[in-house]
Design a protein around this ligand. Sequence first.
Ligand code: F6P
Length: 516
Amino acid sequence: MTFDDLKARAASTDNIADLFISEPDRLSRMAHRIGPIRADFSKQRVSLDDLEALLALADAKHVKEWRAKLFAGEPINVSEGRAVMHTALRGVGGEAVADEVTAMRARIAVFSNDIRASGKFDDIVHIGIGGSDLGPRLVADGFAATLTASPRLHFANNVDGASVNDALAGLDPKRTLVIVVSKSFGTQETKMNAESVRDWLAQAGCSPRDHVLAVSANRDRAIAFGIHSDNIFDFWDWVGGRYSVWSAVGLSLAIAYGPDAFSQMLDGAAAMDRHFRDAPLKQNIPVLMALIGVWNRNALGYDSLAVIPYSRRLRKFSAFLQQLEMESNGKSFGRDGKPAGLTCPVIWGDEGTNGQHAFFQWLHQGTGPNGRGGAPVDFVAVLADHEGRPEHHRALLANCFAQSKALMMGKSEAVVRKENSDRADIDSLAPQKMFPGNRPSTTLTLDELTPSAIGYLIALYEHKAFVQGVLWGVNSFDQWGVELGKVLADTILTELERREIGDHDPSTKALIRLAC
Ligand code: F6P
């Protein structure tokens, strides 16, 4: 089975609504549950036969073998010569590092409990960017569905001074704990924000020894920066930044929401790991999600995926997935150095229902590649109401379920004509008011937004990204594409500081001149 075979199949692809008639057991075969998550793939534009073809592709691309390598801790990040063992942080696979992980989890738990019991801090400022920020920020919001942060948690990520200003606004330095999170401890944004916060503490006479912690895989750099070695929590080069929320990168979560919540999240992720490792591919939710994503991308030709959480507490999910999926699989060349063909689509989205009043017009009626409009959607909904407002929650769910139905069913021109038969301009109006439908979506429902369910959800998408990387033949664990801009920014920063304009193209020179 090849991508070309899939494309040929897709040329005669069916109408989703009709598939429910021709495939009476479609729902039971395409909806799967693991723990608190139910994944309904039945509104995807893929027939059960197509699914068989996709499973054959998984075999042809050796998904099972790569999955075994992942859990065995083999150095599958070939371009950096590293193993990929984020599942070991949850206690699954990577036996070689199990003792270190257990020790780190114990240190996080003891330390977090001590800080919480001490009552010394009202606020935590978590400084980091990318993988050292997006996961903790997503999870902090998610935990807030069922827990209250104490100390309160603030994030400084962007190098824009507004980020650190917002994070520090109204805080008392004497009652603030600062956690600097950087795998490399060389990231410009994080170092600059850490310096500014260090100055802020110093102006209030607060010693970094009592107020600043670091989480890093580069202890030497953290020490050189001035962090006391006792205040450093290590993590390892076998944890990719975008897969690191399970490590000490999540320390601020453990302190603010308690180590039990943090452990429950890891346990939820571990349950998803075991499902991914052990379930037959046919019923394996991350594998099916990855295969359907590849179908949408490589067979149907969609170039983006909208992820719409109908949960305000998950509103950062699409931003989190932008790094997880696009930094992992946004690549043009495979592990073998050969062109990879079409890989990761653009991931985008916002919380529902807000998105309905913004970009849903485009999802329903917009144009798209290959004459197929809009984009596939992943809807994510939480069944339980955590806000004590059942009437709001029912409306939220009703909107979510209505949107996936509307995208699939559409509204025919004939119906529009009937409804507007009194209009003189019906010929021009009818096409504008009709909905083509047949637009694919997946709906994920979580029973509750508990820490455990959050663990399941994030791990699901991690494994989806892994499987897609295997199918596309790319290394999902490096990110060379972020380097060039970083190097150029350093050069231009020096020029701005010295007011000297170097050798650039005319446009870049003019921009630098504006800022000098
Ligand atoms: O954006 C590039 C990147 O290297 C990400 O992969 C990483 O998560 C982020 O920068 C932050 O890196 P660090 O944790 O080393 O500061």
